[in-house]
Ligand binder design. Structure first.
Ligand SMILES: Nc1ncnc2c1ncn2[C@@H]1O[C@H](COP(=O)(O)OP(=O)(O)O)[C@@H](O)[C@H]1O
Ligand SMILES: [Mg+2]
Length: 257
């Protein structure tokens, strides 16, 4: 279980998160929704170690995570994507996948000289893993294309694949479907469900309510730094407070935003 408990986060005098608590279980997809500026990305940044909260704790399976230590948190098996994909545009898709693994696992330089056999075996393993993940993503035929030549939607799929290279316990995904065409969103949805079925923890920030309803087991609604509701997608769609503050129209006529 990945838990953030009673998180307070200030930017100067502005309180961006006010006693925010969320919990995400293995083998489930947890949605984080709310208006722009409500604190969704900030919360992922606290969990991922980018921002140090003024109060609160983050735990994985009961063990406290080091706050403000993104590298350490990645090593503990928590990976995240950003609203704007972070890729090496002038490397191929395949090279990005291999770099994704190195970033998260850390390379032991000494092994390179002292245990070349081990390094070669790891390299083979990483290559096999990259091929299998790209196949799962429906992107194997793109392996030798430059990452910079991919569409925005394909770049987002690639960043998810790069995350998976390090076999993370938890994936934190910031608006993966924004600006992505429906066919690629469908591919994302299948991929997210496969991550869930493997027993991973997935936290998903998304505005597309159809996608949220389709993939999420539980949803948290943030508004101005507060959690204003928590429940199943059906409960959230029927919640009067959520409809007033975020969905803005009766639940049965809500279209994907
Ligand atoms: N690095 C920062 N410095 C100052 N204010 C920030 C910073 N990041 C976000 N904020 C502010 O915190 C609030 C929450 O932002 P954010 O978490 O990005 O919202 P969301 O992802 O829900 O759209 C916003 O008012 C935003 O302007
Ligand atoms: Mg955001």
């Amino acid at each position: 279980m990945l838990k953030a408990t009673d998180i307070d986060l200030y930017f100067g005098g502005f309180k961006a998160l006010d006693r925010v608590s969320v919990a995400a279980a293995p083998g489930t997809i947890t949605g984080l929704i709310g208006p722009n500026g409500s604190g969704k990305s900030t919360l992922l940044n606290v969990i991922g170690g980018v921002f140090v909260p003024q109060a609160g704790t983050v735990t994985l399976d009961g063990a406290g995570l080091p706050l403000g230590r993104p590298d350490e948190i990645a090593k503990r098996g928590i990976g995240r994507t950003f609203q704007v994909p972070k890729l090496a545009h002038r490397l191929t898709v395949f090279q990005n996948m291999l770099a994704g693994e190195r970033d998260h696992c850390g390379e032991n330089i000494a092994d390179l000289f002292l245990r070349p056999g081990k390094v070669a075996a790891q390299e083979r393993h990483a290559r096999d893993r990259a091929v299998s993940i790209l196949t799962r993503l429906g992107m194997r035929h793109k392996a030798n294309d430059l990452a910079g030549s991919l569409s925005g939607g394909q770049q987002k799929l690639l960043t998810m694949g790069m995350l998976l290279m390090s076999d993370p316990a938890a994936l934190l995904l910031d608006e993966p479907a924004a600006g992505v065409n429906p066919v690629l969103i469908e591919q994302q949805v299948e991929f997210l469900k496969s991550l869930r079925d493997e027993g991973r923890i997935v936290i998903l920030i998304e505005h597309n309510m159809d996608m949220i309803a389709n993939v999420c087991d539980r949803v948290y609604v943030l508004d101005a730094g507060h959690v204003i509701a928590e429940g199943t997608p059906a409960e959230i769609r029927a919640n009067e407070t959520v409809i007033r503050s975020y969905l803005g129209q009766p639940a049965n006529s809500q279209e994907s935003a």
